[in-house]
Design a protein around this ligand. Structure first.
Ligand code: 0RQ
Length: 503
């Protein structure tokens, strides 16, 4: 392992995860690496969970505040949630155990824009960061850190934390060296300067993370894989949604509003976006660019085929087969992939400058175009807003996609009033379901409602939505954005009470 830890002083700080976990005390704010199941610490959180469980068994209180880049894995969020060891969590999660505990009210969860996390930490909004726990691929002789499969907020965590625990993960390919671009030119207002990025693949930072070796209190060696799940082929509904979106792109090219190279793509994670990416390849697109958060198997495939020329992201979340492919052609991919801090990958200034095409999933949209990405029935968190808001508000085109129903048709994804709003009507340009694509640009609220009902709603719910809209248009207190206030959320109430939105 010494080839991975070249700094002599840091080699001396090696210890077991259990020993390192002893250095974390109740109530501490612990900032961890990790973004979409990539680059999270593998050993320390499990050892910390054991320490917490032992403390609880002795009747002692022990919880910590956990800050990350985005979602992690069972070995981090899962074990700490099960140990009842989390007091506060931010900014994004997707772990079933943690989700249940958040929804049972056991802990506080702050769901926030991913681009905001670093700056809010610098502004002091979360208080002091006691310990950073950061996975790296290697430590250089001068103490520089080769990041692992995600960069996330690691730059900020390393700078802001009082103490640092490093996990050096031998499983992470040393070929990652050179793929990262960590920008150290950020400043606090009012001293900020323009960020020098003009193209998706511009490099304007450093390949390594800086770290003061004196702050490092432990170095833990690991050899464990990321939470990489195999790629599932898109289902029929996803393929229909993708087909509508591809028709729309072709239409926009014909109208001269897009070129055949489109604009830098941001795509969320999941089945639908995978289908869109696959569809782009099949439709013959070439030389596209991606300015996004996560590079998954689908994006790697597009890079391989030349459909996408370059991709910028903050996380590299691949299945085992895709990792083999990456290692096989590592020089090819290294020249085409840039991994940045999430502060940069999701930066509103850059998204606006590049004119990204943002494509994200949603839970529901209301007839006026307000999108709920996070809360089922307005109260139960699914994952979080993630980066969708960073991109949607600033994109050239912001697209939200979902099947028109959920839970075998018991829920309509088009509702009279969104039960929680993550993206307001002002940030939502295009809505796609398997039924069709509604282009809401240039439409006033009542026009948007009619379009969404006609084009996107499932036929089973379309008459109910039309009936609501017609009565609201007649009886609403105000007629600009007509609503029947006593009825607007009744669909959700009916679902909570009966398990279906159907009457
Ligand atoms: O739940 O698995 O229990 O059945 O939500 O839904 O249809 O599989 O779609 O995986 O794309 O997720 C909005 C959650 C969609 C996701 C959301 C239930 C549905 C299922 C998943 P089950 P699908 P997806 C980049 C950008 C916010 C973050 C974001 C998301 C589960 O896209 O988290 O965009 N987005 N980040 O049954 C009740 C509804 C529902 C519903 C779906 N109306 N009511 N349940 N579901 N619609 C990534 C990052 O930022 C890191």
């Amino acid at each position: 392992m010494n080839d991975r830890i070249q700094h002599a002083g840091l080699r001396e700080k090696r210890m077991s995860a259990a020993q390192a976990a002893e250095l974390i005390q109740p109530g501490m704010t612990v900032a961890m690496s990790g973004f979409t199941g990539a680059g999270y610490p593998k050993a320390l959180p499990q050892a910390l969970a054991t320490r917490i469980e032992n403390a609880h068994a002795r009747g002692e209180a022990f919880r910590v505040k956990v800050l990350t880049g985005a979602s992690t894995a069972p070995e981090l969020d899962g074990v700490l949630a099960k140990a009842e060891g989390i007091e506060l969590r931010l900014p994004y999660q997707s772990d079933p155990n943690l989700r249940d505990r958040i929804n049972s009210g056991e802990l506080n969860y702050i769901d926030m824009h991913l681009s905001h996390v670093a700056q809010h930490t610098w502004f002091g909004f979360f208080g002091a960061v006691d310990v950073a726990v950061i996975e790296v691929t290697a430590i250089g002789e001068d103490g520089h850190l080769v990041p692992s499969s995600s960069v996330g907020n690691n730059k900020t965590w390393l700078e802001q934390a009082d103490k640092v625990i490093l996990e050096v993960n031998r499983w992470q390919p040393s070929a990652l060296d050179g793929m990262h671009d960590v920008y150290y030119g950020t400043a606090l207002p009012p001293n900020r300067k323009p960020i020098p990025l003009l193209h998706a693949d511009d490099r304007f930072g450093e390949p390594y993370l800086r770290c003061d070796p004196d702050k490092v209190i432990a170095v833990v060696e690991t050899d464990a894989p990321d939470r990489n799940s195999p790629f599932t082929p898109p289902d029929a509904t996803s393929r229909q949604i993708a087909a509508h979106l591809l028709d729309f792109f072709a239409h926009e090219i014909r109208r001269g509003r897009l070129t055949p190279q489109l604009l830098p793509l941001q795509s969320g994670v999941g089945n639908i976006t995978n289908a869109v990416l696959a569809g782009l390849a099949d439709a013959g697109y070439r030389d596209l660019t991606a300015f996004t958060e996560v590079i998954q198997d689908g994006m790697l495939e597009l890079l391989k085929r030349g459909v996408v020329r370059v991709a910028s992201a903050t996380s590299f979340s691949l299945s085992p087969a895709a990792i083999d492919e990456f290692l096989d052609q590592v020089d090819y991919y290294r020249s085409r992939i840039v991994l940045r801090t999430q502060e940069m990958s999701n930066h509103p200034e850059l998204v606006r400058r590049l004119g990204c095409i943002a494509m994200n999933g949603m839970i529901e949209v209301d007839i006026y175009g307000n999108v709920n990405s996070t809360h089922v029935a307005g109260t139960k968190i699914m994952n979080g807003i993630g980066g969708s808001g960073d991109f949607a508000r600033n994109a050239y085109l912001s697209v939200f996609m979902s099947p028109s129903t959920a839970k075998n048709g018991a829920i309509s994804s088009i509702v009279p009033m969104a039960s929680h709003v993550d993206h307001t009507e002002h940030d939502v340009m295009v809505v796609v379901t398997e039924q069709g694509l509604a282009d809401l640009r240039g439409l006033a609220p009542k026009q948007r409602a009619q379009r969404l009902i006609e084009v996107c709603a499932h036929p089973d719910y379309r008459p109910m939505l039309q009936d609501y809209f017609d009565r609201a248009s007649r009886d609403s207190y105000g007629k600009h954005t007509p609503h029947l206030l006593g009825e607007a959320l009744s669909w959700h109430q009916r679902f909570v009470e009966t398990g279906t939105m159907r009457r």
